[in-house]
Design a protein around this ligand. Structure first.
Ligand SMILES: CC1=C(CCC(=O)O)c2cc3nc(cc4[nH]c(cc5[nH]c(cc1n2)c(C)c5CCC(=O)O)c(CCC(=O)O)c4C)C(CCC(=O)O)=C3C
Ligand SMILES: [Fe+2]
Length: 372
């Protein structure tokens, strides 16, 4: 196939960009130092988080999940006869973003489309990855290799992500109801990573009201709840809760914490709480520790049954949606105007971020894939 016939032209590589995690006990401290460099995380919190990792043998699940996602993307691309290679980079663990770009350069790639393993807009989940790309591309450019880099839009309201989550939540609730549980005793929680309220307040393109991070989660949670109720003829009320808060106690972060909300739901007569970690694309440490370990223990103490909904992971509908997103981005890069499906609406996020979108509140740093 000539370059012109490649469905992904002008791209000659797909970069999966993720957070990264440790793979053995000796990796844990260096990893945590990388994550928290220059950030105001109390030592006490770092020691706690280190223990979470040691409790899992010093190995985060995230890298293996990314390897599985790359294999699933490869299979879906092959199925569509797209031979564009997929490479992998991380913010906090090898292969680091700069190593990924060095590999791209060695393999002759000159223009990449990036898929980030986070679906939402905020500094931590979007712009910080764009800054990583800027720093990494500067480091390969210093060695004489210029690689142009684009990225797919934040995809919390792309059907591949949103519909897959909807189906997974519907199946989980259906399973609970089939057991004969009184629907009045079932509660639905959507769980995501807490962030500082100042970061949420400034998340989004900067031309609206901010709070894009919270609003995107609330919109998806509401759409899923409506769909579950319509499908199962129930009247559940879904709510958004948060996990994995860090930072000093004086700094406000998004609330309520999942554990605090479980206490209140137990007092309110709940018997079963269905927990959907829609903030995460796979079973990261936040999911296997904060939900499956810590929140599960809280629920048990309270006599609540916690039913954890799977993350989208390598679900074929999600993986196919990611391939649709890279095809959409390629069409845009060729100057075409492809359809940009959005559910829940009203609109898709732009593929090229607005100037000042989701700002870095600590220091101004260059970022790719935007107009600033
Ligand atoms: C929005 C968001 C996502 C989702 C988007 C995305 O996926 O990128 C995310 C993902 C992740 N966060 C992760 C781990 C950590 N995050 C930390 C710290 C922080 N996260 C923050 C936000 C987010 N984090 C924030 C505002 C901080 C405070 C310091 C800072 O401003 O950066 C710390 C330091 C200790 C602590 O404070 O807990 C750790 C160890 C892992 C790996 C998990 C694994 O190993 O499976 C993953 C996927
Ligand atoms: Fe985090």
């Amino acid at each position: 196939m000539s370059t012109d016939e490649q469905p992904l032209a002008p791209y000659d590589g797909i970069l999966l960009l993720s957070f990264g995690g440790p793979e053995k006990p000796e990796d844990v401290l260096p990893f945590l130092r990388t994550v928290t460099a220059g950030k105001n995380i109390p030592d006490e919190r770092l020691e706690q988080v280190g223990e979470h990792y040691y409790g899992f043998g010093g190995r985060s699940p995230i890298n293996d999940q990314n390897r599985a996602l790359i294999a699933a993307l490869r299979a879906e691309l092959d199925r569509r006869e797209i031979d564009t290679p997929v490479i992998w980079g991380n913010r906090n663990f090898t292969p680091f973003t700069a190593e990924a770009l060095a590999e791209a350069g060695q393999r002759g790639m000159r223009r990449l489309v990036t898929v980030v393993t986070s679906a939402y807009s905020s500094y931590s989940s979007c712009r910080q990855y764009r800054e990583d790309l800027a720093a990494a591309s500067e480091s390969v450019a210093a060695g004489g290799t210029v690689i142009e880099i684009d990225k797919v839009r934040p995809y919390s309201n792309h059907p591949g992500f949103a519909r897959t989550n909807t189906r997974l939540v519907t199946e989980a609730v259906r399973g609970v109801l089939r057991e004969g549980v009184d629907p009045g005793a079932v509660r639905l929680l959507f769980v995501t990573h807490s962030i500082p309220t100042a970061m949420d307040d400034t998340s989004g393109p900067g031309d609206e009201d901010g709070n894009a991070y919270a609003r995107q989660h609330l919109a998806l949670g509401a759409a899923i709840t409506d769909e579950v109720n319509a499908t199962l003829d129930t009247d559940l009320g879904g709510e958004l809760v948060f996990c994995s808060r860090s930072g000093p106690p004086s700094q406000p972060w998004l609330e309520p914490d999942v554990n605090d909300r479980l206490e209140e739901l137990a007092a309110d007569g709940a018997a079963v709480v269905v927990c959907a970690p829609i903030g995460f694309v796979s079973d990261h440490m936040e999911v296997v520790y904060d939900l499956d370990t810590e929140a599960a223990a809280t629920a048990q103490r309270l006599g609540l049954r916690l039913v954890r909904v799977p993350t989208v992971g390598v679900d074929p509908e999600f993986v196919s949606g990611l391939v649709d997103l890279v095809l959409e981005r390629a069409a845009q890069a060729r100057g075409e105007d492809p359809p940009v499906p959005a559910w829940p609406g009203p609109a898709a996020m732009p593929s090229v971020c607005a100037p000042g979108c989701c700002p870095n509140l600590r220091e101004a740093r260059p970022a790719l894939c935007g107009r600033d």
